[in-house]
Design a protein around this ligand. Structure first.
Ligand code: CA
Length: 632
């Protein structure tokens, strides 16, 4: 337990609630054990506890280079992470695992980990066609990226004219920006402040001559695609937003920012992924397409995605192509539970799960076409390809269209709208959390008719302190509740994010939870709404800690009733489920055990844990304990 935890305990003398787990386990320890040897020889990613300019950080840097023989290769100051390379030893590459353990033990180090490999999530090109064949198909009216009824063309007819194009980062193998679809169009992002070829970092973003993105593999200004995967993905993104048969495109609705981090074999590293995410987030991309995955759980990658979350982007990730249940065996980054992250499975023309596609009733959000998808390929050709890599860019393109209609919406709201606008398919029941496939028209309509909501769940997924939490969410009052709650994910043992100003009202002090996440379904949300207002609810404000594997959530709980406790905890509760709580009274003399179900109150947009099958004795105890608390 961290210091603040103990302080809280002392000051509040409050109760401990132990949630112990639930169905559909998605336990991080499984994740860390998943892949152990698939990493770059000799490289480590290190996050320091103190800022780069601090004496502690400088002391570490000195130690790392002089004593440990490490060479600093990259730094990402905004997230205080660095990549080091170890000098080869006489016997070959150094032992990365041993180096990680050594670094973990350093008092200046928050965490250290290997630099995992990741890979493109497609199963290759099924069939190539020439530009001439493509144009013939277009004239004959048979050209379509997918035969699934996603209603993209219907959406184009209702778009608001004159809106600014939204930038979509394609974090992939690059882009053939000389392809006829892209070369003369306005569909490729141009860095407005960079002058091409003058050898100067004109905009001071750390990259010289990055006029249209970056190549993190070669560390060059040319993100040219030497594989084809990224060009295919980019063509899908663009093709969702407008007719790519119109050649050249005079006025693009989106702009592709090609960020090449996968090499010509479709293989990349976590550190380059981090750098690409960092670049995209800092240079104006609003949607990040991630048709790649693999490697073990990476706290470094989580921190990078969290950085993107604070920038309010939409992060779309491929669920993977191993016909795997991601609830049981996580695929990263798709399984990271960020409120702005959409995990996408591949479906066929009939809205059934593709045979190769990963799935997960809890961890995969939606289906999207990923079988025989027609798109652009390098050297002015086209082709059909399969994969969740192909399914993901449909969602990215859709997100960009929605943001084009409503530019101030954040990634969290866009995700909520897309998931609420799916076309249900019985074949996807229990395969993805929404049991449906994207619908472009319905989603765009929702973006046009829904007011932008700046609310974002507080969530860092991070081991860092509260200073790096997203802007404190302006939570709507929930289910008659007063006050708000903050929750963030961190490694165990850190200091708490905030001292509650309402401690005099505190009833429950600490909430220790062991739970495994399950995605809350639309059905569950409705049920949650129904479950509210059945009991008198009492206002409390107390610290809450949620332990998930080796990580820990920290936040506040805001109310209690005979029906359950109320949290505003999208960070973990969006992956809700059944939890068992052990509640100890403030004086430590009394304890009850209650089973609860994570629910969503649509009216107030809050999560809670509704008690289920609570014994009379337990409810009587709560009645006793709540005497004297403010009813709300
Ligand atoms: Ca630059």
């Amino acid at each position: 337990m961290g210091r603040t935890l103990v302080d809280s305990k002392q000051s509040l003398m409050a109760a401990f609630i132990f949630f112990a787990l639930c169905a559909f386990a998605l336990v991080p320890s499984q994740a860390t054990a998943q892949v152990t040897n698939d990493f770059v020889p000799g490289e480590v990613i290190v996050k320091l506890k103190s800022q780069p300019s601090s004496s502690g950080a400088q002391r570490f840097m000195g130690k790392a280079t002089s004593l440990k023989g490490l060479q600093l290769r990259r730094s990402w100051s905004g997230i205080n992470m660095h990549k080091f390379a170890a000098k080869p030893t006489a016997s070959g590459s150094p032992d990365v695992q041993a180096l990680v353990r050594e670094l973990q033990a350093d008092p200046e180090v928050e965490f250290a980990e290997p630099n995992y490999y990741v890979r493109a999530q497609s199963s290759g090109v099924e069939r190539e066609i020439t530009a001439q064949e493509f144009q013939t198909m277009a004239v004959e009216g048979v050209m379509s990226q997918t035969n699934a009824h996603i209603a993209a063309e219907a959406a184009w007819s209702i778009l608001t004219p004159g809106q600014d194009a939204i930038v979509v980062a394609i974090i992939d193998t690059g882009l053939d920006y000389n392809h006829s679809v892209f070369v003369n169009s306005s569909a490729v992002w141009q860095n407005p402040l960079e002058v091409a070829g003058n050898g100067i970092d004109d905009d001071g973003n750390g990259y010289v001559d990055d006029v249209r993105g970056w190549n993190f593999v070669a560390n060059s200004a040319s993100p040219m695609d030497d594989d084809g995967h990224g060009t295919h993905v980019a063509g899908i993104v663009l093709g969702v937003t407008q007719n790519i048969q119109a050649n050249p495109i005079s006025q693009a609705n989106i702009k592709i920012m090609p960020l090449k981090f996968l090499d010509g074999s479709g293989v990349g590293t976590t550190s380059d992924a981090i750098e690409a995410i960092y670049y995209a987030s800092n240079n104006g991309a609003k949607v990040l397409n991630n048709s790649w995955g693999g490697g073990g759980y990476s706290q470094a990658l989580v921190d990078a995605i969290n950085y993107a979350y604070t920038k309010k982007v939409v992060f779309v990730a491929a669920a993977g192509n191993a016909a795997n249940n991601n609830d049981a065996n996580p695929t990263y980054p798709a399984n990271y539970a960020f409120p702005n992250l959409i995990s996408v499975a591949a479906t066929n023309d009939w809205d059934s799960l593709a045979s190769f596609s990963n799935f997960g009733q809890s961890s995969v959000h939606m289906g999207s076409p990923g079988v025989s998808i027609l798109s652009t390929l390098p050297n002015n050709t086209y082709g059909y390809a399969n994969g969740t890599s192909m399914a993901t860019p449909f969602v990215s393109g859709l997100a960009a269209l929605m943001l084009r209609e409503s530019p101030t919406m954040n990634g969290y709201q866009i995700k909520q709208l897309i998931l609420s606008a799916i076309d249900a398919s019985s074949a996807l029941t229990a395969r993805v959390s929404t049991s449906g496939r994207l619908n472009v028209l319905t989603s765009v309509q929702k973006a046009q008719t829904t007011d932008p909501d700046p609310t974002m769940p507080a969530y860092t997924g991070s081991s860092a302190g509260a200073e790096r939490a997203p802007a404190a969410a302006q939570m709507a009052g929930g289910c008659g509740l007063v006050g708000r709650s903050i929750l963030e994910l961190r490694n165990g043992g850190g200091s708490g994010p905030s001292a509650t100003p309402m401690r005099n009202l505190a009833f429950f002090g600490l909430l220790m939870v062991l739970m495994a996440p399950v995605l809350i379904s639309i059905l569950l949300r409705k049920e949650g709404a129904r479950n509210n207002r059945r009991y008198d609810r009492f206002q409390i404000a107390s610290d809450v800690r949620v332990r998930v594997g080796d990580r820990e959530l920290v936040g506040q709980v805001s109310s209690i009733s005979l029906g359950g406790v109320q949290l505003n905890a999208d960070a973990w509760l969006e992956h809700g489920g059944i939890v068992t709580m052990q509640i100890v009274s403030p004086d430590g003399q009394d304890a009850i055990k209650v089973e609860g179900k994570v629910v969503w109150c649509e009216e107030q947009k809050r999560y809670g844990v509704a008690f289920q099958n609570a014994e009379e004795g337990a409810l009587a105890a709560i009645s006793r304990w709540t005497q004297g608390l403010l009813k709300i």
